[in-house]
Design a protein around this ligand. Sequence first.
Ligand code: NIG
Ligand code: FE
Length: 419
Amino acid sequence: MTLKLIRNARIFTPQDEGNARGGADQDTLRQFDRGAMAIRDGQIAAIGEESAVLAEVAAETVHQEIFCGGRCLIPGFVDPHTHMCFARRREAEFEQRIAGTPYLEILKRGGGILSSVKSVRAAAEDQLYRQTRRHMDAALRLGTTTVEIKSGYGLDTASELKMLAAIGRAAATSPMDVVATFLGAHAFPADYAENPDDFVELVITEMLPAVKAQGIATGCDVFCEEAVFSVAQGRRILRAAKDLGFEVKLHADEVNDLGGAGLAADLRAASADHLLAVNDANLQRMAQAGVVANLLPATAYSLRKPYARARDMIALGLPVALATDCNPGSSFTESMPFVIGLAVLNMMMTPAEALTAATLNAAYSLGLAHRVGSLTVGKQADFLLLDGESPAILAYHAGVSPVVAVYKRGELVSGAEGR
Ligand code: NIG
Ligand code: FE
């Protein structure tokens, strides 16, 4: 057995007490000023103040010691909402948006998600795989060690399966942990514009069973929005998904307050995501049902919308998570440090709340908190070294990544090893 010792780090981590952390707990971190961590077979064997960890492992043979020079050490980021699998960028459409054309207007004209559908349908699986890996590798360098990736640019059975196969291949070849989510209900394809309920039927009777049979996605998501899927259609799809054993979640109340957050509460969804326009009554129902509020501030930033009301959600005791929403339309970024910066400076979250959101709460929303999301004995040694003294550096050093080293299961996967 190999024992690796990480020494002289300022360690900050959420404390995992078996639940996503809401309210005041979200703001509370464990901190070790001269901290150390012992790693055995990629898992955390001991963590604490250095003197205590050294005493604990005194009888064991240490194969490698890494001195961190007092740098800040935090858990690897868990990005719980991305659309990283796509074939082409949409830069010209970005120019239309910044000149004033609304996001949903571009979709209504057959652009937006539907333009990504055209390029994904035309792409070979291998091309999708390579593109997906490029975005994953960029995210890894920025500290993301676990990522969720959705389908949703295929919108026919074969193309959705092709996307999920590409995501599966990317997962198998990257050091990251990957959660694949089926998002067949992302938009109505042009040929179903006149009979959208037929498409809902197709998702339920053909796509979901095919995805289930191949075992290539564990989650199911729906984009509930005006001109996209109604709450009633979302309910039908997600109930069918639940019956098949999928974890369910939804794009809820992103642009308009349609009641998606209420549906998430009814279904006891793993998360309700976006929530820019959510109402208070539905937030309370989410809190009661234990649904994680997954906030995506880079989307509000890119769409020039008011940010989600993180402070109100935390006051209600709702556990808040953070994600990039990385996609070619509404949020083209792989950067969790950028998202954390927006959360701290524009949603008034504290650095500690933002760190909990970007690690442990995100892991709970993906059902992976038994393995990742905090520095806890028995979990994977997924961690980052930051060029700074505390997690505040993530927001303070704006527009720059302070991530200098990324470790996955105890192995350096990006950046430079300490001494
Ligand atoms: O989360 N809202 C729907 N889906 C993505 C955008 C996808 C796209 O524009 O390609 C989102 O914002
Ligand atoms: Fe999204």
